[in-house]
Design a binder for this molecule. Structure first.
Ligand SMILES: [Zn+2]
Length: 325
């Protein structure tokens, strides 16, 4: 059986820490270098539920995409949620290793896994790493669809192929626009609009798009050809496919070394959003249990200002993500 330092060596060969952004905090967070590793759990977020899952399945190593501590800290006391995670892990002999922006830019990286889940053909990085002579590493990926589909169909594909979350998929653009090329970037991608425009793709799928960058990208697109349309998925869902890719990479290395490691991927939805409610514009008003005064007035209720309570639709994620294709 390998020691933790043996496994960390191969993880750092896959995702060299020196390729992480300056501001990032990657690598080993806790763990005994000489301890044996038999079972590894991969997850996006180092949250308490995931730490407990690692303990429950008997993992000796938890590998997460997001850092537990991004900035300096002076305490890991268990009276904070991060300190509680550290205590849960150390008390149960579980090491924690983080591969964040060094996994984003890797070949294959986080956005390759995202493109793979969507069955897209990657043609190259969106922001190439200048130190890679092969031109394969870097942030985001530019992709071709295997056949042209509409923006609406692409959004449906993303909803089916990515793990289900309460947020679902949001789209900015003409639903009937035909797409041939798409840029994807796992996680927050609204700093990449300049590169997306330069790539000349039909659409951009990422997460955490904010009002102003999205609105300005849409307005600027109208002066040209409407491109790129935007497809916004849940941050966690865009990065979760990397966990399966990473586990498969470690499986392959384990087989080669005869390590017989058991690898697992957490299927807990750790996206922070739990409910998505919205009113359908064309949905007729339904009677409520406690009608509002407006419902009794002689005037017809204004369709522009329906009672939100009468139209609320609520969707709650399943406890486990759907299998990416
Ligand atoms: Zn992320």
């Amino acid at each position: 059986m390998p020691t933790l330092s043996d496994v960390i060596d191969v993880l750092e060969a896959l995702w060299p820490p020196q390729r992480a952004e300056q501001w990032d905090a990657v690598g080993l967070v806790c763990g005994e270098p000489d301890a044996e590793v038999t079972r590894v759990l991969f997850a996006v977020d180092p949250v308490q539920e995931v730490a407990e899952e690692a303990v429950r399945i008997g993992a000796n190593l938890l590998v997460t995409h997001h850092p537990l501590y991004l900035r300096g800290t002076t305490t890991v006391a268990a009276d904070s949620f991060k300190g509680r995670v550290v205590h849960t892990l150390i008390k149960n002999d579980v090491a924690l290793h983080v591969a964040h922006t060094n996994a984003d830019t890797a070949d294959p990286g986080v956005s390759d896994a995202l493109a793979g889940a969507l069955d897209l053909e990657v043609t190259g990085p969106l922001v190439p790493d200048p130190t890679d002579p092969a031109g394969r590493r870097g942030l985001g990926r530019v992709c071709e669809l295997r056949q042209p589909i509409t923006l609406r169909e692409f959004a449906d594909l993303a909803a089916r192929a990515l793990p289900r979350t309460a947020t679902g998929i949001r789209v900015a653009g003409d639903p009937d626009q035909v797409l041939r090329t798409v840029a994807v970037s796992g996680g927050s991608g609204d700093s990449l609009f300049d590169q997306v425009r330069a790539a000349g793709v039909d659409a951009f799928l990422t997460a955490d798009l904010r009002h102003h960058p999205a609105s300005e990208a849409q307005q600027a697109g109208r002066f040209r050809d409407g491109r790129p349309s935007l497809v916004d998925a849940a941050h966690w869902a865009t990065e979760w496919p990397w966990c399966e890719q990473a586990a498969a990479q470690l499986d392959e290395i384990s087989d080669r070394h005869g390590w017989a490691l058991r690898t697992h991927v957490s299927r807990q939805v750790t996206d922070p959003w739990t409910v998505h409610a919205h009113a359908e514009a064309d949905e007729p008003a339904e009677p409520t249990a406690a009608p509002s005064p407006a419902a009794h007035s002689a005037a017809a209720p204004s369709p522009a200002a329906p009672s939100p309570a009468a139209h609320e639709q609520t969707s709650v994620p399943t406890s486990s993500p759907g299998a990416p294709s």
